[in-house]
Design a protein around this ligand. Structure first.
Ligand code: MSP
Length: 664
């Protein structure tokens, strides 16, 4: 029988930066799904790759004195290495500079032009020549360039436009009729209410002001807009627009495009419109996952080693990193990455729960039965419960995986792991072994635990693919006993199986020592970053003009850019408590959108903890966390100060305004 097809993709990555653990998050999740579907018997096509055109890449390459392609080739080697390190089982890697892709894009653009979906017009906006940037009227500051403050001129750049507006109603209808099309649901509501209902405008899809891109075939002075180029990778990788489109015929439509939340709009509006114009069926689902953040802030290179996936894998092993990413964060929501949480997960879930279960069982079979799996004869009173749970876990994992709820799937598996450990404590093999009459029960208990471990080893395969093989090696489990559906059968392990102690699966980590080392490493990498920055951009020493005697003291003016660096958000106080030993401090838990943060503020003289609860406050969101009373405080609650010793909390004028709203 022909296997059912499953086509899944990651976004294609910009080779503009060193990839951090946030980038790996998306790829690990997609890989887990691909592995899961293969285990379920699907014919899987898993696509990833790199998005190599655009002004950004051109500038980075130029800054390094290289041709763009020369610069990218080097970066792509590193990306492929990283995917190997993380055990990413992709079937195809596309580069948008690949010849077949370039040709197909030119063909697509020409076709859309010929059929009238692309037309030539001009882009009108304000141009700042020194900055080479366009701005709309309302982006200007006092009629001048918001970046450098210089004069701007009104210019028109000739551009091709895609008739995005023409597809607005069809896309809206598609979303309304297909609840599964965009997940999680909140993302669908956002697209409908913020973009589709207010109305789409036609999209400028060519540029003439730089060179690094795919030239429009019939008008080579124009470069194809990078998103048109990038989104099409999902079909060009399958041979669409080439002489051989058999893979396209076989795998399209995609089952899932996995993408980060900030690029959902491109995937759920522009991409469907392009496909509609090309008369190609739409992907079945777009899943917009959340971000991995560090203490509430977006990840960047500057946090150094802590987020370098290569360093993390080298330190803790690939499966520990994969497990953490998939277990710690509910897919779809933002989640915090921090080393303490990572080490705690390794110690508790991997070393204690799973590692210990595997090693203590091998140890007991070795000690009591000379390393041979005994036959389950007499029953123990705890067998039925364990069997029932073990046999029911696969289905629960399947239900979670259908919704891409990796974390829930792992919770189910770990419930079984913990139940199996509990079974050992209930049956007490170390007591049974003392009584010859209990030998049957002892054999039965150890057989049960080994069988449960076999089932667990099947279920963990998609998530932590290196670990099952290490378990099978110790238990001599034949590959014929670990197919997915065999997790739904009991009693498959043959008796007399030779069981041998192997290396510890996950060594425990000394958390205090490790955190101290990490902190030192971060400090070192940050001071290197600062040193590098100073080296690269020597700063001119600023000489301040001497103040005139009568000049009033105004605070220094800042540019709009400086102001925009401060991110302010609406938060809701969930709970608040006075801090022991402090006259002024309250420790509050603030909900900001999907996340919750601890923030200390010196407002006790003006607000009691009870009064605080439920209040909407304004939070300085991207403030560097600060240690207060021995704990980190993630941000600041803003207050007005009348200069006479009175403080008043800032809030939104509309009382029911949602937490997480940006203040701009
Ligand atoms: N090139 C575009 C995608 C084109 S797809 C047709 C792009 N590239 S990217 O390299 O900037 O991002 C690739 C993916 O990594 C995105 O889905 C993005 O959301 C994800 N992530 C980047 N940083 C992330 C976190 N800190 N956390 C989670 N995912 C993050 O966008």
């Amino acid at each position: 029988m022909e296997k059912e097809k499953f086509y899944i993709t990651t976004p294609i990555y910009y080779p503009s930066d060193k990839l951090h653990i946030g980038h790996s998050y998306c790829t690990v999740a997609t890989d887990t799904m691909a592995r899961y579907k293969r285990l379920r018997g699907f014919d899987v096509m898993f696509l990833t790759g790199t998005d190599e055109h655009g002004q950004k890449i051109e500038r980075i390459a130029t800054a390094q004195g290289k041709e763009p392609k020369e610069y990218i080739d080097n970066v792509v080697v590193g990306i492929k290495e990283l995917w190997k390190t993380l055990n990413i089982s992709y079937d195809k890697f596309i580069r948008t500079t690949d010849d077949y892709h370039v040709k197909a894009i030119q063909k697509i653009f020409t076709q859309l032009y010929q059929q009238g979906d692309i037309y030539k017009s001009s882009y009108e906006g304000w141009y700042c020549t020194p900055c080479e940037s366009f701005f709309t009227e309302h982006q200007l500051v006092n009629g001048k360039c918001p970046d450098c403050g210089r004069d701007v001129e009104l210019v028109k750049e000739e551009s091709y436009f895609f008739r995005l507006s023409k597809y607005q109603d069809r896309i809206l209808k598609h979303m309304e009729e297909n609840a599964e099309f965009l997940q999680p649901n909140t993302r669908m509501n956002e697209m409908i209410n913020n973009f589709l209902k207010p109305g789409l405008e036609d999209l400028a899809v060519s540029r003439t002001s730089f060179k690094w891109g795919i030239p429009v075939e019939f008008d080579p002075g124009h470069i194809v807009y990078v998103w048109i180029d990038a989104l099409s990778n999902y079909i060009t990788a399958l041979g669409y627009g080439s002489d051989d489109d058999s893979l396209f015929q076989k795998y399209w439509p995609a089952d899932i495009h996995v993408v980060g939340k900030e690029i959902v709009r491109f995937h759920s509006i522009i991409w469907p419109a392009m496909l509609m114009a090309l008369n190609i069926p739409l992907p079945k689902q777009i899943f917009g996952h959340g971000w991995l953040v560090i203490n509430g802030g977006k990840m960047s290179k500057s946090v150094g080693n802590v987020v370098d996936p290569n360093v993390l894998v080298e330190k803790y092993g690939v499966d520990a990193i994969r497990y953490f990413l998939l277990r710690e964060i509910a897919f779809g929501q933002d989640g915090n990455f921090n080393n303490e949480a990572l080490i705690q997960r390794i110690n508790s879930d991997l070393a204690n729960d799973l590692g210990n279960l595997v090693s203590r069982t091998v140890g007991m079979i070795d000690k009591y039965f000379g390393g041979k799996l005994p036959e389950a004869r007499t029953q123990t009173p705890f067998d039925a419960d364990l069997e029932e749970m073990a046999l029911g876990t696969a289905q629960k994992v399947e239900a979670a995986m259908e919704k891409m709820f990796f974390s829930d799937a792992l919770i189910e598996i770990w419930n079984l792991i913990r139940r199996t450990n509990k079974y050992i404590d209930e049956t007490q093999p170390w007591i049974l072994c003392k009584d010859d009459e209990k030998k049957g029960e002892l054999a039965d208990a150890l057989y049960h635990v080994a069988e449960s471990i076999r089932i667990i080893s099947i279920l963990i395969q998609p998530f932590i693919p290196n670990t099952p093989g290490r378990i099978w090696a110790q238990y001599n489990i034949d590959s014929s006993l670990v197919e997915w559906d065999m997790a739904k059968e009991w009693g498959l392990l043959p008796i007399e199986l030779k069981i041998e102690k192997g290396e510890t699966l996950f060594p425990r980590i000394d958390i205090k020592k490790e955190l101290a080392e990490l902190e030192a490493a971060i400090k070192a990498s940050q001071s290197t970053a600062v040193a590098n920055q100073t080296k690269e951009e020597p700063k001119e020493e600023k000489k301040e003009a001497p103040k005139q005697h009568d000049e009033p003291e105004y605070p220094a003016e800042i540019s709009i850019d400086d102001f925009c660096k401060v991110q302010l958000k609406v938060g809701e106080v969930i709970s608040s408590a006075a801090v022991e030993g402090s006259k002024k401090l309250l420790r509050s838990i603030i909900k900001i959108g999907d996340e919750e943060r601890v923030i200390f503020s010196g407002i006790k003289p003006w607000y009691s903890p009870e009064e605080m609860v439920g209040k909407k406050v304004v939070v300085a969101y991207n403030l560097k966390p600060r240690k207060m009373m021995g704990e980190l405080s993630y941000g600041m609650i803003l207050c007005a100060d009348d200069g006479n010793g009175n403080l008043s909390l800032l809030t939104t004028e509309k009382k029911d305004f949602p937490s997480g709203s940006e203040i701009s």
